[in-house]
Design a protein around this ligand. Structure first.
Ligand SMILES: C[S@@+](CC[C@H](N)C(=O)[O-])C[C@H]1O[C@@H](n2cnc3c(N)ncnc32)[C@H](O)[C@@H]1O
Length: 345
């Protein structure tokens, strides 16, 4: 087993035990479906772009002794735990601390030009949500941090420094929060007296504006916390580039599988997949294809795969998951010679 760029350390997130009583385990969502979609039986090198605690990577490594996994995560604590948990696979697991948006750079550094599959299980892990010191959840009072990695401003930094307009935009766009502007106004009012520094303070602030009865099944702070998490970790920035780069690196017959947990992510995945599966670009009015662009990628299944009722009952996090897969069916989209008199499209 090999690690790059180190893991853990004084500036990293709080340490948690890798295993043991009471420790919250991350249950991988759509595990069997995600592993099967990557077809690991062929062996080869697979990228788990969101290694987390290594649940999906473990599934891949168990599927065939000829599978090697490059596991990327920006969270040094997750990497440390995954390495401990998966130590039995030896050097079949290579871990990389970094952002998956830099996939091309990571693979180049490892000397890996093409891979047999890429998996991305987007968002946060249960471990990150459950450790109060990480500041992701309104369920546990802790510092309003929310950083998955060690770098960059915390959620509290954003809340206490951004303008009212910018905060309103974040709550509206990343949380789809209807009362975004009123919440932003309240933030600016509160921080004139004292900075907002804990998850508990932020939750109370949102509750004061929204009240507690809007959506009975949902804490009123849910959308604002999602928005702050996305903004703090720049989650949607460069997601498109990551998907494009992953597709670029797939060998023939290999797949990219993405699990997303909210509509903003899923929309980006859907649009990128549609762009790559467009094939012929002739206007629909042309009776025959003149561009002769070959389809390089194909969708595997038209609709996203969802968790079964049984899985949702055992793991509520899986309720919102949508899994989409795309497969490389040709090496390049270089034009194919169209013989004269070819049949209409
Ligand atoms: C849903 S969890 C993955 C869980 C994993 N599939 C498992 O079975 O344990 C998502 C992980 O992706 C990581 N992550 C999120 N965004 C990332 C990014 N842009 N680059 C690298 N890692 C990221 C998070 O730190 C988290 O550990």
């Amino acid at each position: 087993m090999q690690g790059r760029e180190g893991a853990g350390g004084p500036a990293g997130p709080p340490r948690v035990p890798a295993q043991g009583a009471g420790y919250p385990v991350h249950r991988p969502v759509l595990l069997a479906e995600a592993v099967a979609s990557l077809r690991p039986g062929r062996g080869g090198t697979f990228v788990d772009a969101t290694l987390g605690l290594g649940g999906h990577a473990e599934g891949l490594l168990l599927a065939s002794p000829r599978v090697r996994v490059v596991g990327i995560d920006r969270d040094p604590e997750a990497l440390r735990i995954a390495r401990e948990r998966l130590a039995r696979f030896g050097d079949r697991l290579v871990t990389v601390e970094g952002r998956h948006e830099d996939l091309a750079r990571h693979l180049d550094a490892l000397g890996i030009p093409r891979v047999e599959g890429v998996l991305a299980d987007l968002g946060v892990s249960s471990m990150q949500l459950d450790v109060a010191g990480r500041g992701f959840s309104f369920r546990h009072d802790g510092p309003l941090d929310m950083r998955m990695g060690r770098e960059g401003p915390t959620a509290a930094d954003l809340v206490n420094t951004l303008s009212r307009n910018e905060l309103g935009r974040i709550f509206r766009e990343f949380g789809e929060e209807r009362m975004a502007d009123r919440i932003a106004r309240e933030v600016v009012k509160v921080r004139e007296t004292q900075p907002v520094s804990t998850t508990g303070e932020m939750r109370e602030l949102v509750r004061r504006v929204i009240g507690s009865h809007r959506e009975p099944q949902k804490d009123p702070a849910t959308r604002v916390f999602q928005a702050l998490r996305i903004a703090t970790n720049r989650e949607l920035v460069d997601l498109e580039r990551f998907l494009d780069d992953s597709i670029e690196r797939l060998s023939l017959g290999s797949t990219l599988t993405v699990l997303s947990y909210h509509s903003l992510e899923d929309r980006i995945v859907k649009n990128v997949f549609a762009r790559h599966t467009a094939g012929c670009t002739c206007p629909p009015s042309f009776p025959v294809c003149v561009c002769s662009r070959r389809r390089v990628m194909e969708l595997v299944g038209r609709k996203p795969v969802r968790a079964s009722l049984e899985e949702v009952a055992g793991n509520p996090r899986s309720r919102s998951a949508k899994m989409r897969t795309i497969e490389r069916v040709a090496e390049t989209e270089e034009s194919v010679e169209v013989p004269e008199g070819s049949p209409p499209r």
